[in-house]
Design a protein around this ligand. Sequence first.
Ligand code: FAD
Length: 431
Amino acid sequence: MKVAIVGAGLTGSLLACYLARRGLTVTLYERRPDPRVATADRGRSINLAISERGLDALRRIGLDTTVMADALPMKGRMIHAVTGALDFQQYSASGDRAINSISRGALNNALLTAASAAPGVSVEFEHRLCELDSAAGRMVFQTPSGKVSVAADIVLGADGAGSAVREQLLAEGIVAEDVDFLDYGYKELSIPAVDGEFALDPGALHIWPRGTSMMIALPNPDRSFTCTLFWPAGSFDALTTAEAIIGYFGEHYPDVLPLAPDLVDDYLHNPVGVLGTVHTLPWQAHGRTGLIGDAAHAIVPFYGQGANCAFEDVVELDRCLDDTGGSWARALPLFEARRRENTEAIADMALNNFIEMRDKVASPVFRLTKQVEHTLERLLPGRYVSRYELVAFSTTPYAEVQRRVHRQHQYVGLAAAGLALVALRLLRRLR
Ligand code: FAD
């Protein structure tokens, strides 16, 4: 049984490790040169927050310690007001749970190294999929020395949001896709270390909520921070000179200005990335070609769950192979049936969290709500659990998280109404 995985990103590399344990012969085809020897694209470093779902997938195959060795724990969000005032909001009721900042490149390299070392796995770099016959498992790759044709029993598209495998299935009339682009773009900036130390608290994910836009910053092992601006599409073009950039940041992000000596260079030269949600139906064809990770269901990054969700995909596909006695023809549809409502749920929650991050986190009402939530969690341990806690610190299926949170809100609403009624009666008696 020969399996071809198109894309040696986070999903493809982890999937190769899992499939190798099943004794399968796996070839990873990656369009880029080996990232462990090539230099990264400018302004595309992308820091990820890896939380319980991602860790669980790594833990199951003993990769969590090595792969996450350089990750930095962040126990809460640090809100930066325009005045420069700081407000730390812990993520969990106990205050000790953390999400982990790691660069996508470092994570990818560690997973690639693990995949390359796994028995039966080989990696072909500089192989860009350009043609696919999904029924026959035949693929054509563009390589530096021309086109190469190969065949495999199983073809898995782990080639990201702009998946070529998905495009080929679309061209064959097998899948339908719907890509909802967000009306926002993102751009990276950097805050270097100051005298060898972090310029901001490294134990937090920093947020500068500014109503319709925001900036975030995550710590790196070299004691720098990678910042990401999420601004309405087109608004980046409004600042074209050093003076305009400095003036704007001085007004809206005054505490960042003295910490970002490369601000103007970063702003003018780093690219603007696009963001969107990918919906695909179905995720598989002929029981031998499938989509996984961002290729099947890319989401916006505001819950920090894209990679976590993709890693969960890998665990579920592996489980489906177990449950079907290794039959890909049954495992691929089963995988889709089990995962779809969950990936739709996190896509929805990620979009809603954007409004929370860029706007609500700064409001006193939001802060009070979080305090009430944490109090309820302490008073009713295991019975009341916040949405954030369930998403980031558990492996409860995303769709179940949505249902449970809905139920909890109904109970709290009823309890609050009951309390208000009792208070009203007491007041009447007192009068
Ligand atoms: P990718 O990482 O896109 O990998 C796809 C691979 O396929 C690449 O190596 C690519 O070169 C290769 N490829 C593409 N086309 C071809 C082809 N034709 N032939 C061969 N190879 C090909 N997720 C989190 O969990 N937490 C976060 O905090 C978080 N923050 C994010 C912040 C930003 C700004 C963004 C944009 C994303 C963030 N994500 C986060 C999401 C996360 O990056 C993705 O979900 C994750 O990278 C998906 O992995 P993947 O392997 O499916 O796709």
